[in-house]
Design a protein around this ligand. Structure first.
Ligand SMILES: [Zn+2]
Length: 410
């Protein structure tokens, strides 16, 4: 009787487990899977017998490296319409008024998302998800926030849920009703927040569509007080929170997120020292989004050194959205995190594995190659883990393993 369902040998493991070894490396390692879990991880020399007798299937890695399946912990993957024309107009020098007249900006995405039936939203989102999966992604967070009413927020979240059922990927859903002010509430943010907390969020939650709650706390979006009202409701519903904070200005968003024990705070370009300390104490992950920073040609860097010194875990994500980050590659974000934010390759890789799992509240089952965790892995034809950060626009993925099931890529 074989002990395990499958065993991978003759390769190297970047387990990303915390410890003394960089990347949690085990050279000439072996990793075994039973059902959907990792059953054993270690040096091949320490296997309790001959490989062939230990598992029903033995995979020869041929010298490849195995990492945890990558986790994209911040996306807005489901939307209607597109903003390529707006992008083109802006680069042709159109004025703000001309752009507004052409129907640009986030409200154009809201309009298109409302007008697009669920089935078409689903079809449009499939290639986006597949692009991320082709980079070794096995878990994706997807936010609402382009519906901005009860029916359309639920539509977006249902589409995200369906994607998780149809593809070998875990989809974690986030309610982001407080993303922007819908036109029917123009000049009445308080009234819209009333709608979010009394109707939209409770309804989406009652339908089982909400894993987490997010908000956009910014001068162009919602105030800290309005954000707190959304978080109070989330707390009442026993839902974890996260926050788009301090992206364009310092509103003490990081400290607000920490006060509510947020899993993560995102963007954080303008976060101050008190915010960093509060995040460290609360265990809130800093999710950095180099794609949006790049696309918006931002110059204000997030306080990376402050996060390091305070021991705030750093995660990296695509922020995949049609406006500020039309980004469909998490590997590219690993590179950009190193180049734009000066993360080390090891920090960047931890940002799309171990720390991204934590930003989703799933560190107990995702993000490292350790016995007992979900068997989500990516197999790469590389010489060392730093290759994943070093090369630009190069994808060395060989296969993807989701809950123990292998998808061969090349
Ligand atoms: Zn975002």
């Amino acid at each position: 009787m074989s002990e395990w369902d499958a065993l991978w040998i003759n390769g190297h493991l970047a387990t990303m487990a915390p410890g003394d070894a960089a990347y949690g490396t085990i050279e000439d390692g072996a990793i075994a899977v039973s059902d959907d879990r990792i059953a054993w991880v270690g040096r091949r020399a320490d296997l309790p017998g001959e490989a062939a007798g230990l598992a029903r299937e033995v995979h020869d890695l041929g010298g490849c490296w195995v990492t945890p399946g990558l986790i994209d912990c911040h996306t807005h993957l489901v939307w209607g319409g597109d903003r390529a024309r707006e992008f083109e107009l802006r680069l042709e020098g159109a004025s703000y008024e001309e752009l507004a007249k052409a129907g640009g900006g986030i409200l154009s995405t809201v309009k298109a998302t409302r007008e697009t039936p669920a089935e078409a939203l689903y079809e449009a989102a499939v290639p986006r998800l597949q692009s991320l999966m082709a980079d070794g992604v096995t878990t994706v967070e997807v936010k609402s926030g382009y519906g901005l009413d009860a029916e359309n927020e639920a539509k977006q979240l249902s589409v995200a849920r369906r994607q998780g059922e149809a593809f070998p990927v875990d989809v974690v859903t986030t309610f982001l009703g407080a993303h922007a002010l819908p036109p029917e509430f123009a000049g009445n943010t308080g009234g819209y927040i009333d709608e979010v907390v009394t109707s939209m969020l409770p309804q989406a939650h009652a339908r089982g569509l909400v894993d987490m709650v997010d908000a956009f706390c910014e001068t162009i979006a919602f105030s800290p007080e309005e954000t707190a009202r959304v978080f109070d409701k989330a707390r009442e519903l026993d839902l974890p929170v996260k926050l788009h904070a301090d992206q364009l200005s310092d509103l003490n968003g990081a400290a607000l997120a920490a006060r509510y024990g947020a899993l993560s705070a995102e963007h954080l370009e303008w976060t101050n020292d008190a915010g960093i300390q509060a995040m460290a104490v609360a265990g809130t992950v800093a999710v950095l989004l180099p794609g949006a920073f790049y696309q918006l040609r931002e110059t204000k860097l997030p306080p990376i050194e402050g996060f390091r010194r305070a021991g705030v875990p750093i995660a990296i994500a695509t922020d995949c959205n049609p406006g500020s980050a039309p980004v469909f590659s998490l590997l590219l974000m690993v590179n950009m995190a190193c180049i734009l934010f000066r993360l080390t390759p090891e920090e960047a890789l931890a940002g799309v594995t171990r720390n991204a799992a934590r930003a989703l509240g799933r560190a107990d089952r995702l993000g490292t190659l350790e016995a007992g965790k979900q068997a989500d892995m990516a197999v790469w034809r590389i010489d060392r883990p730093a290759d994943l950060a070093y090369r630009i626009g190069f994808n060395p993925l060989v296969s993807r393993v989701k809950s123990g099931h292998v998808t061969r890529v090349s």
